[in-house]
Design a protein around this ligand. Structure first.
Ligand code: SAM
Length: 208
């Protein structure tokens, strides 16, 4: 898979007119995580590649992955966001379609992932993504539903504004990830001057 398959895209916000723009929805809020897309270029896309976007929101990362040929299960507990994703996904995918790549499917699943009943079978996903949805309590479930050799990518919020309050303490995510995965890349940054005891994290891990 060449890196030209993984260009980040700004979704044309007009395509999402169903979402009131006065809710603070900005162009950057609709672009996928650049680090995720860069790291995914290093992961071979297996035949029938299946990814889980946990806490997918409006699906900015799921759509970018689908444009690269991944089938993506888009899981979120917010039915309204999933409804918006259902309405916009085909149009958006068509608009960012890459020559020579058949886009994957986007399968929306409305589910509270923190519920006691975990909905996914063991060893089904080649990739699990949690962007701005990083819950260490779910790491064992993610690991179980990943195939051996499958990858997991997690990214916390940056440290802007009051985000710092919700971010982890230094070293905590590294320790929690290591319990379940082999860490491939781990980047930890002090959240902000206002929140020097918390960090923002971007991590790529693998189930061995
Ligand atoms: C900050 S948004 C991030 C959305 C998306 N990953 C992104 O990067 O644009 C967090 C999302 O996680 C969802 N979420 C939070 N807790 C959840 C849970 N327990 N189960 C499923 N989804 C959850 C929210 O509804 C929201 O859409």
């Amino acid at each position: 898979m060449g890196s030209n398959h993984l260009l980040s895209y700004p979704i044309d916000v007009r395509q999402l007119a169903i979402v009131p723009l006065d809710q603070g929805l900005t162009r950057s809020a609709l672009s996928p995580s650049r680090v995720l897309m860069r790291l995914v270029t290093g992961i071979p896309t297996p035949p029938n590649a299946l990814a889980l976007d946990a806490g997918c929101g409006l699906g900015r990362n799921a759509i970018a992955l689908a444009a690269c040929g991944w089938n993506v299960v888009c899981a979120d507990r917010d039915a309204n966001r999933l409804r918006q994703l259902e309405v916009t996904k085909h149009r958006t995918l068509c608009s960012i379609r890459k020559p020579g790549i058949d886009p994957g499917e986007l399968i929306c699943v409305c589910v509270d992932l923190e519920n006691q009943r975990w909905p996914f079978a063991e060893g089904v996903f080649h990739l699990i993504v949690g962007v701005h949805f990083v819950k260490p309590s779910l790491f064992p479930r993610f690991a179980a539903s990943l195939r051996h050799g499958g990858h997991a990518y997690f990214e916390t919020f940056g440290g802007h504004g009051d985000n710092g309050l919700a971010l982890p303490k230094p070293g905590v995510l590294r320790r929690e990830l290591r319990r379940q995965f082999c860490l491939i890349r781990y980047q930890e940054k002090i959240a902000s001057v206002r929140h020097p005891n918390t960090v923002s994290v971007k991590a790529l891990a693998q189930r061995l």
